[in-house]
Ligand binder design. Structure first.
Ligand code: KG4
Ligand code: ZN
Length: 341
């Protein structure tokens, strides 16, 4: 089937956002509803998997109803269902997968299982109609830090990845250590706004045997050591300066590896994706680096960077066109690898 208009209802429940969206032909977002559990998990300083699954169950039906409503549609107008089936928290993923299977069965429409990271990458297609593979993409989220070569729609090669903490995870851990709380990324970015990025020279990890891999656990330890040192010496801890210096160290490493890959691969197009891609310092640093190299630079708006279902609808459309269909035996795969089917 190659219908003129392919209306996909997409569902995303891999972590702490219950999300549903209606997306037409992979780019035209008719609705994008996100019910965030952040306030709830803030009480515990991070995502509690059991609570996340329970909240998804409570919210999923109303989130889907709202997404259809805002798009001016009912389930009868939907051509296919796209759902994140991994990677993520297994109990959380299962809520979305079970819901998607039930709708696909009841309405006799195709079911498409979407890789969460592929969704993040495809978020770039939504507002940039001219963006087409091949391009290089830096995916930076709470669970992943991948430098990916996007060869074609649905065809990926991972050039580099983190050896330990993900970039977003480092933001979250450092924010907690300096008393900013959860979620760390936006709070560090805000605090960094009034800080000096050169106040503390935190290390930029280099990995000997791989050109494009990342490591952030040493940086996190350096921040903790610095804090201990200050406390022992009775020195004042200036949150804003630590936030700015840490943010500079992370973005320097991310940009450094991306620039190396862009040069080595002679790529002319670059995109960023994932929750950390909503960070303005990273975005502006990457924009400048790309401008200096004559590389076209793309990024999603912040609402499409952090977890959402519109990006899953965008990815599902290309998977559908590539002939991918899931059966009603689709299961959640918590550690699903990119490019794995
Ligand atoms: O993509 P995402 O919403 O969920 C995952 O798939 O992990 O990413 C969440 C991560 C969190 O670690 C959060 O702290 C980080 O993205 N993040 C940010 C910003 N907004 C969210 N990190 C840095 N600056 C931000 N503005
Ligand atoms: Zn994500």
């Amino acid at each position: 089937m190659d219908k003129h208009e392919m209306k996909i209802l997409a569902i995303e429940t891999s972590c702490d956002e219950t999300a549903a969206a209606v997306v037409i032909n992979g780019r035209d977002v008719r609705s994008n509803v996100i019910s965030s559990q952040i306030a709830l998990h803030t009480l515990y300083g991070g995502v509690v998997p059991e609570i996340a699954s329970r909240k998804h169950i409570e919210k999923i039906n109303q989130v889907i109803a709202q997404a259809l409503d805002e798009a001016g549609m009912t389930l009868d107008g939907i051509d296919a269902i796209g759902v994140t089936y991994g990677p993520g928290l297994v109990g959380a993923l299962l809520v979305g997968v079970a819901e998607a299977k039930a709708i696909a069965y009841a309405k006799k429409i195709p079911l498409i299982g979407v890789h969460h990271i592929e969704g993040h990458i495809c978020a770039n297609y939504i507002e940039n109609p001219e963006l087409k593979p091949p391009f290089l993409c830096l995916v930076v989220s709470g669970g992943h830090t991948h430098l990916v070569q996007v060869r074609d729609y649905g065809s990926y090669e991972i050039l580099g990845r983190t050896r330990d903490d993900a970039a977003g995870e480092a933001f979250d851990k450092v924010a907690r250590a300096i008393g900013l709380g959860y979620p760390g990324g936006p709070k560090i970015e805000q605090a960094a706004g009034s800080g000096n990025p050169h106040a503390v020279e935190f290390p930029r990890a280099k990995i000997g045997d791989s050109l494009y891999d990342f490591s952030f656990s040493g940086l996190k330890s350096a921040v903790l050591n610095y804090l201990n040192g200050c406390r022992m010496k009775g020195q004042e801890i200036v949150q804003a300066d630590i936030a700015a210096s840490f943010q500079k160290a992370v973005t320097d490493v991310l940009i450094g590896n991306a620039v190396r890959a862009l040069k080595d691969y002679g790529a002319d197009t670059f995109a960023i994706a994932g929750g950390v891609a909503s960070n303005a310092a990273l975005r502006e640093g990457m924009r400048k680096a790309c401008r200096d190299m004559g590389v076209a630079f793309y990024h999603p708006s912040p609402v499409f960077c952090t977890d959402n279902a519109a990006m899953i609808g965008a990815a599902a459309y290309h998977d559908y066109r590539n002939g991918r269909r899931a059966g009603l035996d689709l299961n959640a795969v918590p550690n699903l690898k990119l490019g794995e089917r």
